[in-house]
Design a protein around this ligand. Sequence first.
Ligand code: 1HA
Length: 270
Amino acid sequence: YPWQTLKDYKEILFQQYNGIARISINRPEKHNAFTPLTVQEMSEAMELARQNPEIGVIILSGEGGRAFCSGGDQSVRGHGGYIGEDTVPRLNVLDLQMQIRRIPKPVVAMVAGWAIGGGHVLHVVCDLTVAADNARFGQTGPNVGSFDGGFGASYLARIVGQKKAREIWYLCDQYDAQDALQMGLVNKVVPLELLEETTVAWCQKILEKSPMALRMLKSAFNAELDGQAGIQELAGNATLLYYLTEEAKEGKNAFLEKRKPDFSKYPKFP
Ligand code: 1HA
């Protein structure tokens, strides 16, 4: 695909093609393990994709065909987090997880090779996952002295069920693409050479749909799980829709024209 670079980064690629943004970790020599900078760059790209009205769907991936992401780069893990050039320890991937869930556009994980540890959680929080037949999934936290008790635990359990989620975390086994398909952890498995084609075709299908309907659905799926924050997101979309009505505009116009609003002509639906 003729992907066009949207912005140059050090540790990721940020590209677009026909309404699809692609954010891809570009550290194949480390199986696309992330540093604080990788995450910071992904975060910025995600925000740019959110603000860009041309973009309707985002693909998250890893370069090289051998890994989606192997989690936090253990060679920069220090006292209290992953350490970047500024010497500050960070767990900023947690903010990126929130961003992926909050962006009102579908995010599709395109997984080739390893999706492990914090890299596994990144695909878990995406709306959909398309996997290559060489994909391998798993958590490693209890092996390497880490755990993700947030979405990595509870949201994973919503997807695969409590027993399976506890197995994944307590045993730290690795699961192949067929295992993942069977447990509902991925949406589709295809041969590696068809991964991009299939993912782009799914994105194109999504792009033909009503963006407002997709936006409402994403926030509705989130609302059920995210309590007051989820309701805030869904309600924000209700406000957006209300602002599009003549009825809401009458309120604003009356205020600006220093008159009493006349809502009498607006229906009181049963
Ligand atoms: O849990 C969290 C968090 C929780 C809360 C809040 C924030 C969090 C942030 C992060 C994380 C985590 O991600 S903890 C989990 C960290 N990740 C791992 O434990 C996975 C480590 N990697 C592996 O177990 C294996 O590399 C592998 C099963 C994915 C693949 O094995 P394979 O095919 O044998 O390749 P391997 O030779 O091990 O890897 C190729 C190169 O990539 C190696 O470097 P080389 O020896 O060639 O110099 C390897 O060291 C490097 N590499 C792979 N994964 C990582 C890595 N280097 C640093 N960090 C990695 N995660």
